[in-house]
Ligand binder design. Structure first.
Ligand SMILES: [Fe+2]
Length: 427
């Protein structure tokens, strides 16, 4: 009898210390990668890794123990530093084995999968993202908010389920995340903070950060500071804004070697869906334009010559013409040396509720829109060209929209350019 009880205790403890929800993310550069996982009993935050399964190094990281909904979770992270480019790495946590391949040396022609709004239920794009990610069709993922629907549901068990569902792909390629409104767990984004390790270059809770990957300076921001200002106050809006102005200022000094700036955020500045309150009413106006002493974000994008902006939140795909302060610049040449930021709405990965309807007439800055489920693949070709493709799940993975954005080296859009464009393009 005692042997049976001992066995059951041993087995239960073993299951609770077994790593799950294993995922990767870029840390401070493409060559420093964090490996994160969760256990339900405390365990050593260590793994072995190497370029061959026969010569593995042991590395120890840190553990962050947190309680949500009465459940104790142990989030472990190990940072793998100074990895070599174009190299296959193997890693093992406890008895579980994984592998990944680093990005190529010159960091050109890499592909990024971008989408928002993907849940466990009705996660229409999930299998395609897993399949194509494992097949190497893109080098990493950026999920621009609204994860799992929700990470915190059922005391966080839905979040556990979601992370385990995606584990086959996110243990193999980095999974970068941005907070959406569904990450508000009424505990100041506790689940979002404790389940992920984003680059430590901005806030210490994954809400805003930047990282350079080849010719692209990527910036992730929280629009939820604006959305939940009433609940959490406005201090974080100012902290993020101060950081952003400095960050973009520094990025501009480095524009010769890193010419592109790409922004990732959850709520869009522009969209034309039927229930488009978030694109037209109070919250959007404050977010985009600012009001009552609260600084809006769009002017920073305009004056710092931001090239591209991704957002989700609306469950559709929409590509905009270059647009600044609601003035748009369209025409066959609009995407070469754009005179304003170009925004993509890509929130159609698979929300728990059904799709969203478009407004009968698109907003004038709308260049292409689709309500198919799907996600975007951005190909960073080089310092002058970036390609975008919209993958439709409804149409078996077909590309339903594609566009090149190109610019000459040194192109920096300015008010003067926008004034000159007035009249030449429809405005
Ligand atoms: Fe949302």
């Amino acid at each position: 009898m005692n042997t049976v009880i001992l066995f059951v205790l041993f087995f239960t403890r073993h299951v609770l210390t077994l790593p799950e929800q294993v995922h990767l993310a870029f840390y401070t550069s493409p060559w420093d990668i964090s490996v994160s996982w969760i256990t339900f009993e405390n365990a050593e935050p260590s793994l072995t890794y190497g370029t061959s399964s026969k010569s593995m190094l042991n590395v120890t990281g840190t553990t962050n123990t947190w309680i949500f909904g009465g459940i104790t979770r142990h989030s472990h992270v190990v940072i793998l530093k100074n990895l070599n480019p174009s190299t296959q790495y193997y890693y093992q946590i406890d008895s579980r084995k994984f592998n990944f391949r680093t990005l190529p040396t010159d960091l050109t022609s890499y592909k990024v999968c971008v989408f928002g709004d993907l849940g466990v239920y009705n996660g229409r794009s999930t299998q395609s993202i897993i399949h194509n990610g494992i097949a190497g069709k893109f080098g990493f993922i950026v999920h621009i908010g609204d994860l799992a629907y929700d990470l915190h549901s059922n005391n966080g068990k839905l979040g556990d389920q979601y992370m385990n569902l995606l584990e086959p792909v996110i243990s193999k390629i980095p999974y970068m995340v941005i907070a959406g409104n569904h990450e508000n767990d009424n505990a100041n984004f506790t689940n979002f903070k404790n389940r992920f390790v984003m680059p430590p270059t901005g806030s210490d809770d994954n809400q805003f950060y930047s990282i350079d990957i080849g010719p692209v300076h990527s910036v992730g921001l929280s629009t939820e500071y604006y959305g939940f200002e009433e609940q959490y106050g406005n201090a974080s809006i100012f902290t993020q804004f101060d950081w952003l102005t400095k960050n973009l200022n520094e990025a501009n000094k480095n524009r010769e070697s890193v010419p592109w700036i790409v922004m990732y955020q959850h709520r869009p500045f522009y969209c034309s869906v039927e229930d488009g309150d978030d694109c037209t009413l109070y919250e959007n106006v404050v977010l985009r334009h600012g009001a009552f002493g609260i600084p809006g974000l769009e002017q920073e994008y305009i004056k710092n010559s931001v090239d591209i902006g991704f957002a989700g939140h609306m469950h559709a795909y929409e590509r905009m013409w270059p647009v600044a302060d609601m003035k748009y610049y369209k025409g066959s040449e609009a995407y070469h040396n754009p005179v304003a930021p170009v925004y993509f709405l890509t929130g159609s990965a698979g929300c728990h509720s059904s799709g969203m309807k478009f407004s009968p007439i698109p907003m004038p800055w709308s260049a292409h829109r689709s309500d198919d489920y799907g996600y975007t693949v951005m190909t960073v070709a080089n310092t002058t060209h970036i390609h975008f493709e919209q993958i439709s799940i409804d149409k078996n993975g077909d590309v339903i929209d594609s566009i090149w954005i190109s610019k000459d080296l040194g192109h920096f859009h300015t008010n003067k350019m926008r004034e000159n464009a007035n009249g030449k393009m429809f405005y």
